[in-house]
Design a protein around this ligand. Structure first.
Ligand SMILES: NC(=O)c1ccc[n+]([C@@H]2O[C@H](COP(=O)([O-])OP(=O)(O)OC[C@H]3O[C@@H](n4cnc5c(N)ncnc54)[C@H](O)[C@@H]3O)[C@@H](O)[C@H]2O)c1
Length: 433
């Protein structure tokens, strides 16, 4: 009965979607549903976010203020748990960081679960979207929600996992045109989830279980981490051999099959690639299994900031300068091109290592006005002639398009380019990774 009435609500588009956690994942997801005429309720514990949304102001680059305006009347931002009672489906989009020991920290998922337990969730569909290890949905959420046999999954409530694949800043792929993988605890759970997401997303791909769905996301990110690790190792070797790694990758990428280009860089960044693989390696341990590729890639990628600093040493050495006391200008501190997200950015590691060696650090990033370095808050500097004259070396960490690279080179600043971002410029001042 509950299943049929849920289906009916999906069919007549009267279903109400609740989202827990309105960050990089939750807000675009809510917006995708409401853009398609679905009523949504966004719940976040961070009041600054709900206040901002109530004023029509987005804090996520991929969701424009005009998008918020378009869905006005269809969505409600709230920090009151009881408001979620109105929702038929609840999608959990809270952070899943790692502890210092590289063990999963699912405390945010537990908090979200406690929120749902405060509601009358009979008849509701609950979907976990946060990236996590295989088994989380059925080992952690399911027993709590079944509440000692009070409710039966697939009959009294519905439960599924659906990994979020949003790629912030990607101009071609967004939530709506990226296939959504869904896996429910029962067939009815999968079916409802697939039909619900089809209201907002072009293609939905059902899989046989929550564990498969959880593992899909981890495989995707392990694949990236391992391949980036491989290329980063090749980059270090090629640097020693005096061969241009970028030229090699670009030439190899002309092969129409069997090769996919990955590029080297100063290290991994963002909330996904540096963290997610360790959710799998942690779980693997309980099966007495060592995930060697994950560990190795984590190791190689984690060493890249140190390699970047070594290269900076060599460049300064050419100019008979030492790192200690040098003025180092970091170009781009966000973890990737043309976005404002600083999470796990390799720039932070590079800056910290350089500072430990006595360098004087400043940075320029059109997307990041200020950032924390250790205990200090530092601000993005304008590229004034005064700043550039006093800069001993600039290190390009993130190749944002709207940085005035020409001005930097015109002011005779040696640049270490870790992204091949200056490929259009021919200058002896440029050294590549
Ligand atoms: N950022 C990405 O590009 C990306 C891509 C795919 C998957 N993911 C995964 O999606 C999940 C969310 O990531 P994100 O980048 O959106 O994180 P985020 O930090 O941008 O957003 C999470 C939001 O959840 C809120 N929150 C925390 N605890 C809460 C609670 N108990 N109740 C309500 N709200 C709460 C926070 O205030 C924050 O607004 C993570 O598991 C992440 O690995 C992220």
């Amino acid at each position: 009965m509950l299943y049929e009435s849920f289906l009916k609500k999906i069919k007549d588009k009267s279903v109400i979607v609740g989202v827990i956690g309105l960050g990089y994942v939750g807000l675009p997801l809510l917006s995708a549903f409401s853009k398609n005429g679905i009523k949504t309720i966004g719940f976040d514990v961070d009041e600054r976010k709900t206040i901002s949304l109530k004023k029509g102001v987005s804090y996520i680059q991929d969701v424009k203020n005009s998008d918020i305006k378009k869905i006005k009347g269809l969505f409600k931002a709230t920090n009151k748990i009881k408001d979620l009672n109105e929702a038929d489906a609840i999608l959990i989009c809270v952070p899943t960081p790692l502890r210092k020991t590289k063990d999963p920290d699912i405390s945010y998922i537990i908090k979200a679960l406690e929120t749902i337990q405060k509601l009358n969730y009979k008849g509701k569909l609950i979907v976990l979207e946060s990236t996590t290890y295989p088994g989380t949905t059925e080992e952690i959420l399911l027993p709590e929600l079944e509440n000692g046999g009070k409710y039966k999954v697939g009959k009294d409530f519905f439960l599924a996992f659906s990994p979020e694949r949003v790629d912030p800043g990607n101009k071609n792929y967004n939530i709506e045109n990226t296939t959504k993988v869904v896996g429910g605890v029962t067939k009815k759970c999968t079916d409802l989830t697939a039909k619900l997401y089809s209201l907002a997303i072009e293609k939905v791909y059902p899989v046989s279980s929550t564990r498969v769905a959880e593992s899909v996301k981890l495989l995707e990110n392990i694949y990236r981490s391992v391949n980036i690790g491989l290329i980063n190792e090749m980059a270090q070797l090629c640097h020693r051999m005096g061969i241009d790694i970028w030229e090699i990758v670009n030439a190899a990428a002309t092969k129409p099959y069997g090769f996919m280009p990955f590029y080297p860089g100063p290290g991994l960044g963002g909330h996904c690639i540096p963290l997610d693989p360790f959710y799998m390696s942690w779980k693997a341990k309980s099966y007495d299994f060592n995930t060697k590729f994950i560990e190795l890639a984590g190791d190689v990628n984690g060493q890249m900031p140190y390699f970047v600093v070594e290269l900076a040493y060599d460049i300064l050495n050419k100019y008979k300068k030492a790192i200690n006391g040098s003025n180092v200008l970091i170009l781009g501190v966000a973890y990737k091109k043309n976005i404002d997200d600083l999470r796990e950015s390799p720039a932070i590691d590079v800056m910290r290592i350089l500072e430990e060696k006595g360098a004087k650090i400043s940075y320029h990033d059109p997307y990041v006005a200020s950032m924390k370095l250790g205990e200090r808050v530092i601000k993005s500097k304008q590229l004034t002639p005064k700043l550039l004259k006093s800069t001993d070396i600039a290190i390009l960490i993130t190749d944002h398009t709207n940085i005035d690279y020409k001005k930097i080179l015109d002011n005779k600043v040696p640049v270490l380019d870790t992204r091949n971002g200056l490929k259009e410029f021919k200058s002896k001042l440029i050294s590549k990774l």
